[in-house]
Design a protein around this ligand. Structure first.
Ligand SMILES: [Zn+2]
Ligand SMILES: [Zn+2]
Ligand SMILES: [Zn+2]
Length: 144
């Protein structure tokens, strides 16, 4: 069994839930792609393969994946909530361009340190950390 599946199953069992075939399909889809996706993109991917996973199940499963620590809500742009799998990836921040919708990922050691320090100071155990900047990318700045 893949590690992410093990983790998700363990998390679900702890909540008295089961790893249903639909939840498993969602998990597999989420880990087969390395982009920032929203619930609708998952739904369309299943539909394109004629796999029967309902929108409602996707919307209910994504928060479970987030809580299990495998997935994070990467960013919000207007009504759109984008997710990405973080298991197996370094934590990173995002810049999202309001002009063209481009998402730039970045890593920054200083930010990591601040996060650690602040959590230590307050005796806080971090589960999710999100750092996002909205603005205009280089190309879009030329058009401003
Ligand atoms: Zn990945
Ligand atoms: Zn742009
Ligand atoms: Zn990302």
């Amino acid at each position: 069994m893949k590690k992410e599946k093990e983790i998700f199953k363990k998390y679900l069992v702890g909540k008295g839930l089961k790893l249903t075939s639909e939840r498993e399909l969602i998990l597999e889809e989420v880990f087969s792609r390395h982009d920032h996706f929203d619930a609708e993109a998952l739904f369309q991917a299943f539909r394109a393969r004629s796999e029967n996973v309902s929108r409602a199940t996707i919307y209910r499963t994504l928060p479970l994946l987030v809580e299990s620590g495998l997935v994070q809500e990467a960013l919000r742009c207007g009504e759109r909530v984008c997710y990405e799998h973080i298991y197996g990836h370094k934590s990173h921040g995002h810049m999202i361009c309001i002009g063209c919708g481009k998402i730039i990922e970045f890593e920054n050691k200083a930010l990591e340190k601040i996060r650690k320090k602040v959590c230590e100071e307050y005796g806080f155990k971090p589960v999710e950390f999100r750092f996002g900047i909205k603005g205009y990318c280089k190309d879009c700045q030329k058009k401003l």
